[in-house]
Design a protein around this ligand. Structure first.
Ligand SMILES: NC(=O)c1ccc[n+]([C@@H]2O[C@H](COP(=O)([O-])OP(=O)(O)OC[C@H]3O[C@@H](n4cnc5c(N)ncnc54)[C@H](O)[C@@H]3O)[C@@H](O)[C@H]2O)c1
Length: 275
């Protein structure tokens, strides 16, 4: 076996959640390009099928699977059936499905809090809970959890989203420690802005909708394909953190070097644009 063939991301048997759009779709494509088989999981059946069909046209083994990542029973069922659908044991899980939610604390309803927490945090908890023991038993594999720079940057009007992504970072750090030496690697992805459907499909206060839509293109320093490529390469190298953009890396450093100044600057900047 050549060194390239030994890389985790090559020839993987992968489960990708949220594979019907954006970053998840790019992960599915890139895994297929690297010779892998992909179970394309999405809440929206037509989106999952669209991705799986496109991968099959590229010659990959790909199957669409409709599932709500926030539903524990459905995720348990996914873990039970994935091996037979892929034709071999799962070696790579990408817990990517997520939704966007904005608004000030107190304005975001508790129903909205639960909705976002359920997809963004519980979805990843379920993915780790049901798949990590299987990979550990196999003694080989990788888990990519999609968090966000929001997990450490704590931007105003993104409280729920920030909380879910901080949770995903913490979960990934814990999982990485627990899996050390087992042959299973963990990478947590923390992008800033990546043009996808997340704003169109998400819930934002009306006064921010236009800004958020234009920010998706104005402030994007990369695209979802590049993010997927870099993250799979990071997993191959055993890197826990993947911050694909320079703005995210600057925020990460700033907060660590001068946390109080970081919080004050963020607050002062927000005063200029607060509703
Ligand atoms: N786009 C960005 O700027 C950005 C930045 C940082 C992190 N992220 C994260 O990247 C991940 C992917 O988001 P994206 O930007 O590609 O968004 P997207 O909206 O383009 O894709 C998300 C996909 O997840 C699916 N989905 C939603 N709820 C689901 C559920 N309950 N069960 C299964 N599938 C579900 C959607 O149908 C959709 O196909 C998310 O976790 C998001 O928080 C995105």
């Amino acid at each position: 076996m050549t060194k390239r063939e030994q890389k985790l991301s090559n020839g993987a048997a992968a489960v990708v959640t949220g594979a019907g759009s954006g970053i998840g779709r790019s992960f599915a494509y890139e895994i297929a390009r690297r010779g892998g088989a992909v179970l394309c999981v999405d809440l929206r059946e037509e989106r999952a099928e669209e991705t799986a069909k496109a991968l099959r046209e590229l010659g990959a083994h790909a199957v669409a699977y409709t599932c709500d990542v926030g539903n524990a029973a459905q995720m348990a069922q996914l873990a039970e059936t994935s091996e037979s659908l892929l034709g071999r044991p799962v070696t790579l899980v990408v817990n990517n499905a997520g939704v966007g939610l904005g608004g000030q604390i107190g304005d975001v309803t508790l129903e909205e809090w639960h909705w976002c927490m359920n997809v963004n945090l519980w979805g990843v908890v379920h993915g780790c809970h049901f798949f990590a023991p299987r990979l550990k038993a196999l003694g080989y594999g990788g888990i990519i959890n999609v968090a966000s720079a929001a997990g450490f940057a704590a931007a105003p009007e993104m409280s729920t989203y920030n909380v879910t992504k901080a949770g995903v970072m913490s979960l990934s750090e814990t999982l990485s420690s627990e899996l050390t030496g087992t042959g299973v690697k963990v990478t947590v992805l923390c992008p800033t802005v990546v043009p996808t459907n997340i704003v169109n499909d998400g819930k934002l206060p009306s006064y921010r909708a236009e800004f958020a839509k234009s920010a998706m293109t104005k402030f994007a320093l990369t695209n979802s394909d590049e993010v997927a490529r870099k993250t799979l390469d990071a997993l191959d190298k055993g890197q826990l953190y993947m911050l694909p953009q320079i703005d995210g890396r600057i925020a990460w450093m700033f907060k660590r070097i001068a946390p109080r100044m970081y919080a004050r600057s963020l607050g002062e900047a927000y005063r200029l644009v607060a509703p």
